[in-house]
Design a protein around this ligand. Structure first.
Ligand SMILES: Cc1ncc(COP(=O)(O)O)c(C=O)c1O
Length: 403
């Protein structure tokens, strides 16, 4: 029999799944094909910009492989690394134990496991705008609804707590807090963090505390949110991706708050974790090495990021029609360009790409309104390169806005 020529159908959930940070690369490839080199400022990966994974961590992975640790691990991960994670949280003010820690394939998998463990189809999850787009993507897969709460650029991108309270319903299950934040670079003061915890307690909501940039505050590491209330319903997430410069290793962890109210959630996460066998085994040994060893590389990393953030804020704010809140952590900024009526952030970003080869991500990919003109810049390039990039951006923006 001849095979049918009809294409095979795909699932509806794929239609709702978007990930602007990578989706936009298809546009960049088209521009490259015309001979224009592209400057990729879309993905938050320090490696292509010359930042180096600490050699001791590379050696820890290589040694684990040489020592024969190449099989599956327990689905929750090796006990030494889970103990190192528990000790790390405890020493930063959030007392926890290894049995409440699960090693995951990056923060990303931890978030997916937690959402999978707690959120049913049709349930609502509070997600900040702008947000890191993983959350909306995972919620689309689960069939749950992302409900946006605003963060406010005029107050350093702090959460708008009144707005947050106003969008809670009987179906709200989870509150996502990204602190330090991607894409805005904000760090929340304790007062704000306490207010988020109060709201969660009052409405019986679990907080997902995405703390993957916790070590990358320019003034030093930021304590975990759960330290303010160790019995609050909080799940904390982080990984080696950013502060240990190893994003490709997929070496992450989560810690479920110690309250017995969270025991069922912890069991559900472990049950789901069984189904994916384990996170990459040799890399788990690097988690132990990272959290128990020398982390002096972070001093230079934070200084390098601060310098780049300062160049970014200064140069972008000097462009007529553009404004940018100064980031305080990580390697992202979320500038705004004052667009004429009818023009979207995507129009601006694509025109910038086609005219200059500079690839940023439009703010609507992070949940801001298209007409608001936000876009995200990854500022990992060396400061001298950034100066040239922002000059080209400025020249383009002047001509774009004067059309
Ligand atoms: C806020 C935030 N959460 C999670 C992730 C994913 O990190 P990981 O590599 O640990 O999965 C990122 C990566 O950019 C991020 O910015």
């Amino acid at each position: 029999m001849m095979p049918s020529a009809t294409t095979f159908p795909t699932a509806h959930r794929v239609d709702g799944f978007t990930y602007a940070i990578r989706n936009i690369v298809a546009e960049a490839k088209k521009v490259e094909a015309t001979g224009t080199p592209v400057t990729y400022l879309n993905i938050g990966d320090p490696i292509p910009f010359g930042f180096v994974t600490p050699p001791a961590l590379v050696e820890a992975v290589a040694k684990a492989m040489r020592d024969g640790h190449n099989g599956y691990t327990a689905s929750v991960g090796i006990v030494e690394a889970r103990e190192a994670v528990a000790h790390e949280f405890s020493s930063r003010g959030l007392p926890t134990t290894a049995d409440r820690v699960v090693l995951t394939s990056g923060t990303s998998e931890g978030i997916e496991l937690a959402i999978g463990a707690m959120v049913n189809e049709g349930d609502e999850v509070l997600v900040p705008t702008p947000t890191y787009p993983l959350y909306t993507a995972v919620l689309a897969k689960v069939g749950a609804r992302a409900v946006y709460y605003r963060t406010d650029p005029s107050r350093g991108w702090q959460p708008d707590l009144d707005h947050l309270r106003s969008v809670i319903t009987a179906r709200t299950r989870v509150l996502v807090s990204i602190d330090p934040n991607n894409p805005t670079g904000a760090i929340y003061p304790d007062e704000t963090r306490r207010a988020l915890i109060d709201i969660a307690e009052r409405h019986h909501i679990v907080i997902l505390a995405d703390e993957v940039y916790g070590d990358l505050g320019y003034d030093g590491a930021v304590a975990p949110m759960g330290g303010l209330a160790p019995d609050a319903p909080i799940i904390s997430f982080s990984s080696l991706s950013k502060a240990y410069v190893a994003p490709g290793w997929r070496a992450g962890w989560l810690a479920v708050g110690r309250s017995p109210r969270m025991d069922g959630v912890l069991a559900a996460i472990k049950k789901l974790a069984d189904g994916r066998l384990c996170s990459p085994g040799p890399m788990q040994y690097a988690i132990t090495a990272a959290l128990t060893g020398d982390r002096s590389h972070q001093i230079g990393l934070r200084a390098a990021l601060r310098e780049r953030a300062e160049v970014t804020t200064e140069k972008l704010n000097a462009i007529p029609g553009m404004s940018c809140v100064a980031p305080r952590a990580a390697f992202y900024a979320m500038p705004k360009v004052d667009l004429p009526p009818g023009v979207t952030d995507q129009d601006y970003v694509l025109a910038l790409l086609r005219a200059t080869g500079i690839l940023c991500v439009y703010g609507s990919g992070f949940g801001t309104a298209p007409q608001d003109g936000y876009f995200r810049v990854v500022f990992l390039a060396p400061p001298s390169d950034l100066v040239g990039i922002y000059e080209r951006m400025g020249a383009f923006t002047r001509s774009f806005l004067s059309r």
